[in-house]
Design a protein around this ligand. Sequence first.
Ligand code: CA
Length: 239
Amino acid sequence: MVTMSAAPNPSNPLILVVEDETTLAALVLANLASEGFSVIVASDGERALECHRDHPADLIILDLMLPGIGGFEVLRALRRKQDKVPVLILTSRGGSEDRIQGLHYGADDYLSKPFAMLELVARIRAILRRANPAEAVKRTLQSGPFKINLIQFTVHRGRTDLSLSMKEFRLLEVLTAHPGRVHSRRDLVNLAWEHDARPTLRTVDKHIQTLRKKLGDNDDHPIIQTLEREGYRWALPVH
Ligand code: CA
């Protein structure tokens, strides 16, 4: 089966997702499409190679355990043809042997399931940036008094390092990616938690509370605004 994101934009990078778990494939497709990528999903290795021949991808996300020919075979077939398309291996086989084999066959990166969507997106951007430095995305954001480094995962207020937890950083990254937009708690779970995590919405609120505290946010002029029953919004412009 082959699925394509709605109205793929030819000027956006095209990502081929090779994944036979339909729920995960749909989730990855929806998230990457909402990040502005054009996405094609192929549910097995043969179809992946056909897809890539007909619509050459800018990056391939490759599951290892596939029906028919496996992910390693797909990768070897590509490299035999001198195809240098960046490949990110995505698999539940997290053993270091697989990782070494994958890198040996010419994979560019490796991410174990379960993973957070935000991490997948960050790695995709990093790989595309390496592949095409001219299209480098921003590494640091400035918002009000905050300097956010998306590569080093640091946030400074003036000279003070706010030492956020990874979860708080991911929440901050999601909120500042679309300043002014209201994010429901459900959206925040989808974007900042591992795809199989089931945190309660109350847990989201707690992480937001600690994040606000670390940012020095105050209720009179909140930087992270709470919209009753709707969600949260980053109130400052981001540059
Ligand atoms: Ca699989």
